[in-house]
Design a protein around this ligand. Structure first.
Ligand code: ADP
Ligand code: MG
Length: 322
């Protein structure tokens, strides 16, 4: 699969700059520590809609998406910066105060310090640039490129819920307290996702071989691991932890599976681990609700999906901007 960043990669090569392409950039901090840094752009009407969300949720999600990338490196988040471009008409409302309430509440939860940012006026729509940084033991950041054939594939949490929430929003369902519980759960997974920060830090200690956060969707994000690690994967439909709340949306297993495979923004972690390392951590994996969904193979960049007795090649159908 060609990356939409391929043109940047080509330009980078011309200038002989360091390789780009993991969830965060890894920079040396001191003799014992590396710094990981990520930036995310959130554009009104592309990444969020004001009429579907609440300012508190948008603030929360702006930080959550960046903390998710920090977690995907196995790092502990430390500081963040937030820049916002905002039209005059929104500036005059309580949007900014409520936005920052959502943002700071999440920052406080993970002890993340806000060290700066910028504010500017835009002609029409809101633009948010969220930066977060974390720390990790020198040389230990978990990359997308470390998976080996024979490693086991795991995910944290349940999948497809955020895409289910998006479907509800597209169908005109609003988030409110009197909504049915399954609908509220799907909507919250979409509007107020939580980064898997504690699991990311735990997994670093387990010496896992590769990791990525599920922002584009399992089929696409597993393909990123395969490409960077130069391996393939085999996953089992029956082992994928499909979000149970999707039952409210559809009774069809195939449709629910499609949400879980191709829906984005669950912000769970997808990781690979050598079987020996897994056996050392087996109980804790169970306690934390991690699901074993398959294995890595030597079949470079091919992802096999096993459903019942059938095998099909899984195409990447997750989210892409272009
Ligand atoms: P994620 O979903 O983990 O936030 P992205 O899919 O946004 O990651 O980006 C993939 C990789 O490409 C990251 O390492 C990111 O830093 C890099 N990247 C994305 N856009 C650009 C850009 N405009 N210039 C340089 N690097 C970029
Ligand atoms: Mg990521």
């Amino acid at each position: 699969m060609k990356s939409e960043f391929e043109f940047i990669e080509n330009i980078r090569k011309r200038y002989s700059l360091t390789k780009i392409g993991d969830d965060c950039a890894v920079l040396p901090k001191d003799s014992k520590t590396d710094l990981v840094i990520t930036t995310d752009l959130l554009i009104e009407d592309v990444d969020f809609k004001l009429e579907w969300s609440k300012p508190e949720f948008i603030g929360h999600k702006s930080l959550a998406v960046s903390l998710s990338d920090v977690a995907a490196m196995g790092a502990k988040p430390v500081w963040a910066m937030l820049s916002i471009g905002i039209p005059q008409k929104i500036w005059k409302t309580d949007f900014v105060e409520r936005f920052y309430n959502g943002y700071f509440r999440l920052a406080q939860k993970f002890d993340v310090e806000i060290v700066g940012g910028d504010v500017s006026r835009t002609p029409d729509k809101i633009v948010i640039d969220s930066i977060a940084a974390g720390e990790v033991k020198k040389g230990k950041a978990v990359l997308r490129s470390g998976a080996k054939a024979g490693d086991l594939v795991f995910v944290t949490g349940n999948l497809g819920g955020a895409a289910g929430g998006l479907k509800l929003l597209q169908d005109g369902v609003q988030y409110n307290f009197s909504e049915k519980i399954w609908r509220k759960r799907l909507l919250l997974k979409q509007l107020q996702p939580f980064p898997q920060t504690p699991d990311g830090e735990f997994l670093l200690e387990c010496k896992i071989s590769s990791m990525i956060d599920l922002s584009d969707g399992l089929s696409s994000d597993l393909a990123h691991i395969c490409r960077e690690s130069k391996v393939g994967a085999k996953i089992y439909a029956s082992k994928i932890p499909i979000d149970k709340n999707l039952r409210g949306l559809t009774k069809s297993f195939d449709e629910k599976l499609s949400y879980a495979l191709n829906g984005g923004e669950d912000f769970e972690l997808l990781f690979t681990v050598n079987p020996k390392k897994y056996f050392e951590a087996e109980n804790e994996f169970k306690n934390r609700g991690f699901s074993h969904i398959g294995e890595m193979t030597a079949n470079t960049e091919i992802i096999e999906l096993i459903t019942n007795e059938n095998m099909q090649i899984l195409q990447s159908k997750g989210f892409r901007h272009f």
